[in-house]
Design a protein around this ligand. Structure first.
Ligand code: GLP
Length: 259
């Protein structure tokens, strides 16, 4: 895994947006895996700017979101569906028919999850998957203990996640207890993965992800097995990494080669 340490949130967001934009330019009908949460907001802002000012074209792009709260309608302001339209899709020229987000109201959950996997396959698989990380080391909603080769499924949110995400709801009681999420196995099939993290609160999760053992207790640690995963973190989130100097050294050498 390649670790890129940036000075701040803005630089982290710009690095991520640049990689996504390059992917779209190289392959206009790219299949992107997208994430929610506060972390990718700066990346989405930068992509919107690139669309407006530089003509970055999303007309053929296909997207699959990682997860959705179970029980929330797409129109619910706290749903990830609403989040994605509000913070990205309404501001770019994406075809809404190319947007896929798990259905928080799915009645037959098993059939829905199987179909979501099938739709990803039919689209040709995910070219580039964007990820955030929970403080407990989760990716998407794969809480500690989730299978590292799991597929799209319904999961129960961990206590820590309910508390963390309560800030977006009126009260903790309103946070849904269940969610539909891509599995780690689904995520690992993406051809390229970018994981973003910023702020001190993510420092332990990042250290465990990058330098700890691969374990279902930190589901992001499975990314150590991915041949093309890039971890972009700001200084604060990188704080507990022991081999920071080495990661900087690697990046200097690779950048000199234009890589
Ligand atoms: C939720 C999402 C994750 C996200 C995490 C971190 O649990 N399901 O995909 O990475 O929150 O959120 P934030 O970026 O707001 O810290």
């Amino acid at each position: 895994m390649r670790v890129i340490i940036t000075e701040n949130y803005e630089e982290m967001s710009k690095r991520a947006a640049k990689i996504i934009a390059e992917q779209i330019k190289r392959k206009p009908n790219s299949v992107l895996g997208l994430a929610t949460g506060s972390t990718p907001l700066g990346t989405y802002k930068e992509l919107i700017r690139m669309h407006r000012e530089e003509g970055l074209d999303f007309s053929k792009v296909v997207t699959f979101n990682l997860d959705e709260y179970y029980g929330l309608a797409p129109t619910h302001p706290q749903s990830y569906h609403y989040f994605m339209f509000e913070n990205l899709f309404n501001h770019i020229n994406i075809n809404p028919r190319n947007v896929h987000i798990p259905d928080g109201l799915a009645k037959d959950i098993k059939a829905f999850c199987e179909n979501y996997e099938e739709e990803i396959r039919r689209a040709g698989g995910i070219d580039l998957q964007l990820l955030g990380i929970g403080r407990d080391g989760h990716i998407a909603f794969n809480e500690p203990g989730s299978p590292l080769m799991g597929r799209t499924t319904i999961i129960a949110l961990a206590e820590e996640t309910i508390k963390d995400n309560a800030r977006f709801f009126k009260s903790e009681a309103e946070v849904p207890r269940l969610a539909i999420t891509m599995g780690c196995g689904t995520i690992m099939e993406a051809r390229k993965i970018i994981l973003l993290a910023n702020g001190e609160g993510k420092a332990d999760a990042i250290a465990a992800t990058v330098e700890g053992p691969i374990t279902s207790q930190i589901t992001a640690s499975i990314l150590q097995m991915h041949p093309n995963a890039i971890i972009i973190v700001d200084e604060a989130a990188a704080m507990k990494l022991r081999r920071k100097d080495y990661y900087r050294h690697v990046n200097r050498l690779l950048e000199e080669q234009g890589l």
